[in-house]
Ligand binder design. Structure first.
Ligand code: GUN
Length: 300
């Protein structure tokens, strides 16, 4: 039996970040423009703290300015909105990201809608979601953008492929489906109420799993030779108490059937921050009326 090609997202992301850093250096040299990314964290959720630290570190490594805003868990919605209004006005800030989840008292939709559309590097603002849906110049959510890059790197043209997106979140599933449709795939969105889920998956040439359920996708749900993109990052308990990260796909079984598959960790995960940096670079160029540089594989 042949085993699948492992799609190395870690290596791809490293190359993408280097390519972004080169463009940042060029912008600095030619236009004295240094892209700036503001990351806002409310509260002390440990996982969010790690993400926010990594976003700041990688932005600086790419030569960008990083503005990390750590607000106490007691911050009110009005205070957060006021902070966002300041960042919207600040010309040194080209991209704004408010780390989710927010404390329960704060309405995430109100916060997302307060971010200037042109600085919304998460691509979560309803106007950006709409622009993506109608094929306009949207900021595209980072994780689906990273998935698309890995797919295009592996497959080339996606036209005519049957793609199944498992999960319908605003952060991954819906924008992923919109991107695949834009690439001329025949797209199905499956979710918790889908009938005959295994059968739907088995038809897919491209399977993107983004449901947050460890090992939900079984080996025999996968069409032989399919390309499998596993967005899940689930911590499962281990006897030593440390836990380990697994995806939404049963990797050990899937690797025997798929043509190519992303591992967890080291697949989609590293692409997300790389694409955040790419969106920040894109936002900075658009705000200055400069052409958006080609970075990595052309996907948009
Ligand atoms: N929390 C988990 N993933 C994300 C993301 O992509 N963006 C933001 N803002 N918060 C998150």
């Amino acid at each position: 039996m042949t085993t699948a090609t492992i799609i190395d997202g870690k290596q791809f992301a490293t190359r993408l970040r280097a390519s972004i850093a080169a463009q940042v250096a060029r912008l600095q040299a030619e236009h004295e423009l240094t892209p700036g990314l503001a990351v806002v964290l409310v509260g002390e959720d440990p996982a969010s703290q790690v993400y926010v630290r990594n976003k700041g570190l990688q932005a600086r490594e790419a030569g960008m300015r990083s503005f990390e805003q750590r607000l106490p868990a007691t911050t009110t919605q009005a205070e957060l909105l006021a902070r966002i209004a300041e960042l919207n006005q600040d010309p040194a800030v080209n991209g704004i990201l408010v780390q989710l989840p927010l404390p329960a008292r704060i309405d995430p939709e109100a916060v997302i809608e307060a971010i200037a559309v042109s600085k919304d590097v998460d691509g979560f603002h309803p106007l950006n979601a709409g622009l993506l849906a109608v094929g306009g110049a949207a900021m595209v959510p980072c994780t689906p953008l990273g998935c698309l890059m890995l797919l295009k790197d592996r497959i080339g043209s996606l036209a005519g492929q049957r793609a199944l997106v498992l999960g319908r979140s605003n952060i991954v599933g819906k924008p992923m489906a919109a991107l695949l449709l834009r690439e001329h795939c025949t797209v199905t969105i499956a979710h918790s109420r889908t009938r005959d889920l295994a059968e739907e998956c088995r038809r897919a040439d491209i399977l993107v799993a983004a449901v947050g359920k460890p090992h939900m996708v079984q080996g025999d749900w996968i069409k032989p030779g399919a390309t499998v993109i596993d967005v899940g990052i689930n911590r499962v308990p281990t006897p030593d108490g440390k836990g380990r990260l697994v995806g939404d796909v049963d990797f050990a079984a899937a690797v025997q059937v798929a043509g190519a598959i992303t591992p967890v960790p080291g697949g989609v995960g590293p692409m997300t921050i790389a694409c955040l940096l790419l969106n920040t670079l894109t936002a900075a160029c658009r705000q200055q009326g400069l052409p958006v540089p080609e970075v990595g594989p052309a996907v948009l």
